[in-house]
Ligand binder design. Structure first.
Ligand code: AHM
Length: 332
């Protein structure tokens, strides 16, 4: 609509979340504050990602800058930014840091799990990368412990990702649908651009690292074969694989189809991490009307035993995941 080009009623992500929250009189506003700090972290990383190529070109990377500090790598920088933003939200008091890549932060009310820069091997060639996050609430009656994090994904209260691509897009679910916001760089605000995202019931795309095909298990190999040589006379599917989970999942949410990181003979648990890759993305998929399956069960029913646990994952359009489930069921 022509009028849309001059929209003046801007639904920012903060306004959106405040609207949502006002429906719950018992809410204390903690989530809004927390989310604001996540959003700030995303804006900072977005601006750094955009500058990364330039910084490299003019020879800043790996060199000593004016303050005498060594130029930080983008993933290290993103990590620090999110920790500082979340700690300064005042809603987070302790943090556990096992490994640079992933963070757990907890507060009296909530636990956040996140992967500050997923797909970072793609930075140097300018392919989209992203931040993934998930939030659990913990009970007020005790100091949070590791057990508060090792909960099934279905206990998450919110999850999302921010994709640093041709535009910067933040996709969020608080358990009632999925909404997408695009950063307007001139305003510095995320504006609602993708209200109520619903994944198509069936898709025309499959997405998997087919280079691992010689190690695929039976059902995965059969599914991929069916995508290429459908037995029911339907057209074959297109293969799209970026190798950056946020970008592959984002396309799957919008266009439909499947995204898979299956188990294989070399890595029986697949590659992707349960807490901060599999759970948040599965939470979004289900909230958009799709499904997420591990090859054995609904992904959100998994109970992690360690914070860096991995799991095979098949997620995407409802009907396509049904097909994969049927292949696993037939396998017994
Ligand atoms: P990373 O931990 O090195 O960032 O790996 C995570 C990434 C995901 O973004 C992506 O889905 C997957 O690894 C791709 O793996 P592969 O290169 O084995 O296909």
């Amino acid at each position: 609509h022509a009028a849309d080009a001059h929209r003046t009623d801007l639904m920012t992500i903060t306004r959106f979340v405040l609207n949502e929250q006002s429906k719950y009189p018992e809410s204390r506003g903690d989530f809004t504050i927390l989310l604001n700090h996540i959003v700030l972290g995303c804006k900072f990383v977005c601006s750094s990602v955009n500058k990364a190529g330039l910084a490299k070109l003019i020879g800043l990377a790996g060199e000593i800058n004016i303050q005498g500090e060594e130029q930080k790598k983008l993933d290290v920088l993103s990590n620090e930014v999110f920790i500082k933003a979340l700690v300064s939200s005042g809603r987070t008091c302790t943090l556990s840091r096992k490994k640079m890549k992933m963070q757990l932060l907890w507060s009296p009310q909530s636990v956040e799990v996140f992967d500050p820069l997923d797909g970072s091997s793609n930075i140097d060639c300018g392919v989209s990368i992203g931040t993934i996050f998930g939030i659990y609430m913990v009970k007020d009656d005790h100091e949070p412990t590791l057990a508060d994090v090792l909960q099934p994904g279905k206990q998450m209260v919110a999850a999302g990702y921010c994709m640093y691509g041709s535009s910067c897009t933040l996709v969020l679910s608080t358990g009632k649908g999925v909404n997408g916001f695009t950063l307007d760089p001139s305003l510095g605000e995320f504006i609602l651009t993708h209200p109520d995202i619903r994944i198509p019931k069936k898709g025309k795309i499959y997405s998997v690292n087919e280079g691992n095909a010689k190690n695929f298990d039976g059902p995965t190999a059969k599914y991929v074969e069916n995508c290429k040589f459908p037995k029911d006379g339907s057209p074959s599917k297109s293969l799209r694989y970026i190798g950056s989970m946020v970008a592959d999942v984002h396309r799957t949410l919008l266009y439909g189809g499947t995204f898979m990181y299956p188990a294989d003979k070399k890595s029986p648990s697949g590659k992707l991490r349960v807490l901060y890759e599999v759970f948040p993305m599965s939470f979004l998929m289900e909230n958009a009307g799709g499904q997420a399956f591990t090859g054995k069960q609904r992904a959100l029913d998994l109970v992690p035993t360690k914070i860096h646990d991995r799991s095979p994952i098949f997620l995407g359009s409802y009907d396509d995941i049904e097909e994969i489930k049927a292949l696993y069921a037939a396998e017994g």
